[in-house]
Design a protein around this ligand. Structure first.
Ligand code: PNS
Length: 163
């Protein structure tokens, strides 16, 4: 069994993210979902605490049968999170070629700078269109995002205050 770090903004966590957590659990057995944040930047739609609470609730059903999911907040670099949280490597989900371009540069930088490797997991085809940015945008105008987010997130989006 390996313990892997799944870093992201998770503003908010959605069904595509949960698919990556499930795949990583199947393959490696133990996942730390880390909400990365920059304390000197505004938090986005949800505060860090709100994001953590939604992640916690969303991943709860995935635990069990020897599968471990931890949830953490981390300010700063993903490679430092990996070291401090004791993970073996980073996992990232790939939806499209566009994701690959971005992730490949980060993965190579993280390996050269800190020796931390990244493993990519292809997202389930039925979920590749989902993005937190579009979820926020649709929810802001009262649209239906119920096919894209877990129930914990749906109820928070219905209560959220948008700028
Ligand atoms: O959900 P996102 O926004 O695609 O996640 C991006 C995230 C937070 C995983 C990425 O920006 C990140 O790792 N940030 C932490 C800062 C860091 O390690 N920067 C160096 C990248 S080479």
């Amino acid at each position: 069994m390996a313990t892997v770090l799944y870093p992201g903004s998770f503003d908010p966590i959605h069904l595509g993210h949960l698919d990556v957590v499930e795949q990583a659990l199947e393959l490696f057995g133990s996942v730390v979902v880390a909400a990365m944040h920059n304390p000197s930047k505004p938090s986005g739609l949800f505060t860090l605490d709100e994001r953590l609470a939604m992640i916690d609730e969303a991943v709860a059903p995935l635990r069990g049968d020897g599968r471990e999911v931890r949830v953490a907040a981390f300010p700063g670099l993903a490679v430092d999170a990996s070291r401090e949280l004791g993970t073996d490597f980073i996992v990232k989900g790939l939806r499209t070629g566009g994701d690959f371009e971005v992730e490949q540069q980060m993965a190579q930088t993280n390996y050269v700078a800190a020796g931390v490797r990244t493993v990519y997991l292809p997202c389930k085809p039925a979920l590749v269109f989902i993005s937190s940015r579009f979820i926020r945008e649709i929810a802001k105008y009262g649209g239906d995002v119920s096919a894209m987010v877990p129930p914990a997130v749906l109820s928070q989006l219905q209560r959220a205050t948008f700028d």
